[in-house]
Design a protein around this ligand. Structure first.
Ligand code: SF4
Length: 336
């Protein structure tokens, strides 16, 4: 049996033609799955009964079994899904005034080994299939009963260590689920050659670089990938992306108490941000059990932001939702 959710439109059209039906039937099927949320062929009422039976014989429409769900009183929801091989991944739904965002995983675990990250402690199990990435959005959408407006590939895993599947999933979300490319953000720890690669792909999704430090010494300590691709090389790649896509890159900066929260850190960050069309997103660290890093006080975060101004005026602070349920950035670890 073929997994229909892993087929491209062209591949599905080929299968449908072989079964003796017109190609446009493929689009109808995809519309049922990705727009109307149908989970079996019997619900696809504009297909004949005979066709539904044939589709049932040829294809499967897998879903992600939900094994855990925790709701926070700020409205965010952490979902834990189990994969067919027993692996577990997480997604987080984050409701905001005008946006309904879902943060999705691209790998089971992560091999980047960032020292502050719960997922990094797990190590890498495997890359997700394209359909396993997209399905997180469909499943969350089904659970909340509302359309998702924004997607961030920022959950478990490094998307650019699974570039091909991550990009295919982005295309699917954009073309089939009709989510605007600029409402989709891929966040990377900084795999430089892959940033150049995705710069040349025409679809204009957003790029976020998880920077977190302003010196190579500290960044290499926090994020071992920096030893291979230091800050300057990374920002050059970010600049290339911004120019190719005519888009500002987001520099994510997690603030750790007493580590990267001083005035001189802010000044260096402001200057680094001038190297590319960018905006800065400050994220107060979310403490994780068994890790020594601490969250700075809110007033320290506000002061850090004020130091950035006026050199870097485009700054936001993400007061992470979902902290109470362990669903905030760097807290995902595949368990409840
Ligand atoms: S911060 Fe991101 S890239 Fe680093 S270990 Fe965690 S999931 Fe992987």
């Amino acid at each position: 049996m073929t997994n229909l959710k892993n087929l491209s439109i062209e591949e599905l059209q080929g299968f449908i033609k072989k079964l003796g039906y017109k190609e446009y039937r493929a689009e109808q099927i995809l519309n049922w799955i990705y727009v109307k949320g149908a989970e079996d062929f019997d619900k696809m009422t504009n297909l004949s009964k005979k066709m539904q039976i044939e589709l049932n014989k040829q294809f499967v429409l897998p879903t992600l079994p939900l094994v855990g769900k925790i709701e926070s009183n700020d409205g965010s929801i952490k979902y834990l899904w189990e994969l067919h091989d027993g692996g577990r991944i997480e997604s987080v739904y984050i409701p905001e005034k005008s946006r309904k965002t879902v943060c999705i995983s691209t790998q089971v675990g992560c091999g980047m080994g960032c020292s502050f990250c719960a997922t990094g402690k797990l190590g890498l199990d495997r890359n997700l299939e394209e359909w396993e990435i997209t399905e997180q959005v469909l499943s969350v959408q089904k659970d909340i009963g509302k359309r998702i407006t924004n997607i961030v590939l920022m959950g478990m895993g490094e998307p650019l260590a699974n570039t091909e599947k991550a990009i295919k999933a982005i295309y699917r979300m954009n073309e089939l689920m009709q989510i605007g490319a600029r409402k989709i953000t891929l966040s990377t720890a900084g795999i430089v050659p892959e940033i150049y690669k995705i710069s040349r792909i025409p679809i204009q999704f957003r790029l976020a670089i998880s920077l977190n430090a302003t010196t190579d010494e500290l960044r290499s300590e926090l994020m071992p990938i920096n030893k291979k691709y230091p800050i300057n090389e990374l920002l050059q790649a970010g600049s290339y992306y911004a120019k190719k896509k005519h888009i500002r890159v987001t520099l994510e900066y997690i603030i750790f108490k007493g580590l990267n929260d001083r005035k001189q850190d802010a000044m260096r960050l402001a200057n680094l941000s001038l190297k590319l069309p960018s905006k800065i997103n400050l994220i107060p660290y979310n403490p994780v059990d068994n890790l020594d890093y601490k969250r700075p006080e809110d007033k320290v975060v506000e002061r850090f932001k004020s130091f950035l101004y006026p050199v870097a005026p485009a700054v936001t602070i993400r007061w992470s939702k979902g902290r109470r349920v362990g669903a905030a950035c760097g807290q995902l670890r595949g368990e409840n």
